[in-house]
Design a protein around this ligand. Structure first.
Ligand code: ADP
Ligand code: AIR
Ligand code: ASP
Length: 281
């Protein structure tokens, strides 16, 4: 096979050129970073689990009418996605106080918020992704009012849906981060769709009974084995067998490869809208 063109390498994923115009391949690495990449590690199995979990959650979200970039899984580490023009914002939704909210405002971790809180962060590694307001977003043109309204409406729907999904399997959705992108239709019309990933790398998930933290905070704050937490989530979601796919730092590759077929069957049933790539490739 010809060498694929690498479009971008980030902290957790690599984006390659896709097989058709307007598509990319998203490769999930085993790299973990925290605190703006001050803390780094390579954790065997993380990429496989995030690829699997994100493919599943994106498919479920499509099922309730949220447009996403996910097209189909390719293998245990890669998925075919639609190329978007990323909006440089991180949309965070919080149900329960944790993380930077507690640090910034002195709120007790675990406090249930009166209503879900939506926050925006400017996606800029050099600045440590600072918290910004709507005013900043419009002043600097990162998104316009229509786009922001679309993103917030989708974020609320994602929150409602994921809260139900996770509470049904004994997990509490504390908070999460979404990224959105622009695509343009046949007649140049704009669509805002959900991009990036939805996985324990960007959702806080606590066990409903024990309160155990199962997400990336395990790595951020040395709370326990990261893969153990991610595998537990994947098992609860019914995505991997009870005895797991990663043991003692090695992935059961044969088993992991087979897992993708399920998602591909689902994807085959979905009809893709005819969309152009942002740059008209
Ligand atoms: P980071 O850039 O923060 O280190 P990642 O390692 O996750 O993050 O890299 C993935 C990059 O690809 C992110 O910057 C993300 O915004 C971008 N991205 C995600 N989905 C798409 C998409 N569908 N089209 C174009 N870019 C995307
Ligand atoms: N997040 C924010 N930036 C990167 C990520 N992954 C996610 C965290 C957490 C939520 O957004 O994983 O689920 C809020 O993060 P914080 O650090 O602002 O409390
Ligand atoms: N991945 C980001 C970083 O490296 C943020 C995080 O998840 O903590 O800083």
């Amino acid at each position: 096979m010809a060498r694929r063109k690498k479009i971008y390498e980030g902290k957790a994923k690599i984006i390659y050129e896709g097989p058709e115009a307007g598509t990319f391949i998203q490769y999930f690495k085993d790299d973990a970073t925290a605190f703006n990449a001050e803390k780094k590690a390579v954790i065997a199995g993380k990429g496989v689990l995030n690829n699997r979990i994100s493919a599943h959650l994106m498919t479920k979200l499509e099922g309730i009418g949220i447009p996403t970039h996910f097209i189909r899984s390719i293998n245990m580490r890669e998925q075919l996605i639609r190329e978007v023009e990323i909006i440089p914002l991180e949309v965070v939704v919080r149900n329960v106080a944790a993380g930077s909210l507690c640090k910034r405002l002195g709120v007790q971790e675990g406090a249930i918020l009166n209503r879900p809180l939506v926050e925006f962060y400017y996606k800029k590694d050099e600045l440590g992704d600072p918290l910004v307001s709507e005013e900043h977003i419009f002043t600097f043109g990162w998104a316009d009012p229509y786009e922001l309204e679309e993103m917030v409406a989708m974020a609320w729907r994602v929150n409602d849906f994921l809260n139900g999904l996770f509470s049904g399997i004994g997990l509490r959705l504390i908070d999460f981060k979404l990224e959105f992108g622009r695509i343009y239709g046949e007649h140049g019309e704009l669509y805002i769709i959900l991009a990036d990933e939805v996985s324990p790398d960007n959702c806080r998930l606590w066990d409903a009974k024990t309160g155990e933290k199962l997400d990336k905070d395990r790595f951020r704050y040395d709370l326990g084995d990261l893969v153990e937490g991610y595998q537990y989530i994947a098992k609860r979601l019914g995505l991997i067998p009870e005895d797991g796919i990663v043991k003692g730092g090695s992935v059961n590759e044969q088993l992991a490869e087979k897992l993708e077929l399920i998602e591909n069957e689902l994807a085959a049933k979905r009809k893709l809208k005819d969309v152009k790539s942002p740059k008209g490739r």
